[in-house]
Design a protein around this ligand. Sequence first.
Ligand SMILES: [Zn+2]
Length: 321
Amino acid sequence: MNIYPWQDDLWKRLVPPLPHALLLKGRSGIGKLDFADYLAQSLLCESPLQDGKACNACVSCSWFANACHPDFRRIEPESELTESGRKVRQITIDQIRSLAGFMNLSTHRNGYRIVLIHPAEAMNTHAANALLKTLEEPSGKSLFLLVSHKPHQILPTILSRCQAIAMPFPGPAEAEKWLRGQGISEPAPYLSEAGQAPLVALHLAGEDPSLRERFLQEIASPSSLDAVAVAEIFQKTDLSMILRWLQKWCHDLASCAFSGKIRYFPDLSDKIMEVSRKSDKFELMRFQRTLLEAQKISIHPVNARLFLEELVLNYISLTVK
Ligand SMILES: [Zn+2]
């Protein structure tokens, strides 16, 4: 484990003593969580290197690698049923309360006691209020690491008790270089599709490109698009992935219509311009909201084939004049 090259400068600036609570904020897919993890491991390490980085060899580092370090807690959302019976992923008050014992114990190795909360915006109000009490009475060498890409959704009273760090992200050249180092020989199209977020680009490159190409090819010709056939072909595919492709495609169509800009699929700009010209741009914007809603139920659709067929028919109706 190590940090990403675009985080090197930040690492040098983070000199102990650190405040009791840090908020690592920034867009998705730039390595905030990995950085938080590495910072925690390094602060807990018993023989850190000269630059403060973890040695990856001591008992503490091996505990950390095995997710069993007694002075470290990771709080992530658990699924909960709401009153309407819908499942949402939240960080609950019980999860925050369970920290009480941990915060009051003396640490095992007489060092830091670290709590990582990710994503911090997933705390519901009760959980956030419970955390507030703990943040107001910091004990000993404790450190809270809050990681968030939606800091505006966190209670202001919590924000005011954290030192915020805007997490850096790489420029295009640095991102491309890093992706090549990960074995992606042609990173540029993935980076465009990922909105320049390197970790998202890496994930996209791992998706089956032939499947994506095939899907894009189909929807790039809406006038000859056969919704039944497309649903048949892609019903066994990860639906949230298909939805993401369709969302990005429709974003490009709308954006091209309104401002001439193409963000995700610059390679297909000719096709996008052509389809965009024939589309109803306001309907396209409405359709994007439909797709967002669809994304929520895409994990467990009642019938994947019908689900896809309906979406594709909807898409055809607004792209064919
Ligand atoms: Zn170590």
